[in-house]
Design a protein around this ligand. Structure first.
Ligand code: HEC
Length: 213
């Protein structure tokens, strides 16, 4: 019991003494607080590599951050080597193939996109009777007409990407993959339209042949 009490007074006293000693020592040694402490392995404190925006004597332009090598492709961004215009649309028709398969999920996504972006002009079935046409916008040609049916997928993709005359471009609003999906949905509208005989009759450009009796 006595021993315990002795220990419980000795420990705080020793600690106080130690703190006093350290404080006295630091006063006597005149520690300069503007300087960092002694650094163990200073290379680990101050980084050796250049920071992104540092000057850099190694490169010809004197900068650390270098431009990507010409032709570099960002992850997830397949380059599209086409520009706007009818010639380019025709070339896209010749050179591009739809990389997406028409599964039910893909068509459902295409339908969703069509309703959001195309229906307002092209109409629910694609015949070109969207809401804007009742408010003075010149009606677009029917997507069920022979001309649109005969557009290769790549050309249709190009039209959605870059627009065509009165039709605005959608590259900034619809991702490339989704543009292919909406292309497939337009195809499915065309197939559905072909099976609707009265639409067929109202389509002057449809050749009489093409599977119809
Ligand atoms: C602002 C109204 C508008 C919207 C929205 C619109 N289009 Fe068009 N689209 C047009 C017009 C107008 C044309 C005819 C352009 C022309 O005169 O060459 C056209 C032409 C087309 C053609 C070519 C048809 C042909 O016979 O040459 C396709 C294919 C097409 N649009 C698909 C789409 C798809 C797919 C979307 C949705 C992503 C869409 N359009 C959204 C107005 C629109």
């Amino acid at each position: 019991m006595r021993r315990l009490r002795l220990r419980s007074t000795l420990i705080p006293a020793a600690l106080l003494l130690l703190i006093g000693l350290l404080a006295g020592l630091s006063l006597i040694l005149g520690r300069d607080f503007s300087q960092p402490n002694l650094r163990f392995l200073p290379e680990m404190v101050t980084s050796v590599p250049y920071d992104s925006f540092d000057d850099n004597p190694v490169f010809a332009d004197g900068k650390t951050l270098q431009r990507p090598v010409p032709g570099t492709i960002a992850r997830g961004h397949a380059p599209l080597h086409f520009t706007a215009g009818d010639e380019e649309a025709l070339r896209a028709g010749r050179e591009l193939a739809n990389p997406v398969a028409a599964t039910p999920e893909v068509l459902a996504r295409g339908a969703r996109l069509y309703v959001a972006f195309c229906q307002v002009c092209h109409g629910e079935t694609g015949i070109g009777d969207g809401t804007v046409t009742t408010r003075g916008f010149p009606p677009p040609p029917s997507l069920l007409a022979a001309k649109a049916r005969n557009l290769p997928d790549g050309q249709l993709f190009h039209i959605v990407t870059f627009g065509q005359n009165n039709m605005p471009p959608y590259a900034a609003m619809i991702s490339p993959e989704d543009r292919w999906k909406v292309t497939l949905y337009v195809r499915s509208l065309q197939t559905a339209g072909l099976q609707t005989s009265d639409l067929e009759a109202s389509d002057p450009q449809t050749p009489a042949a093409e599977g119809a009796p």
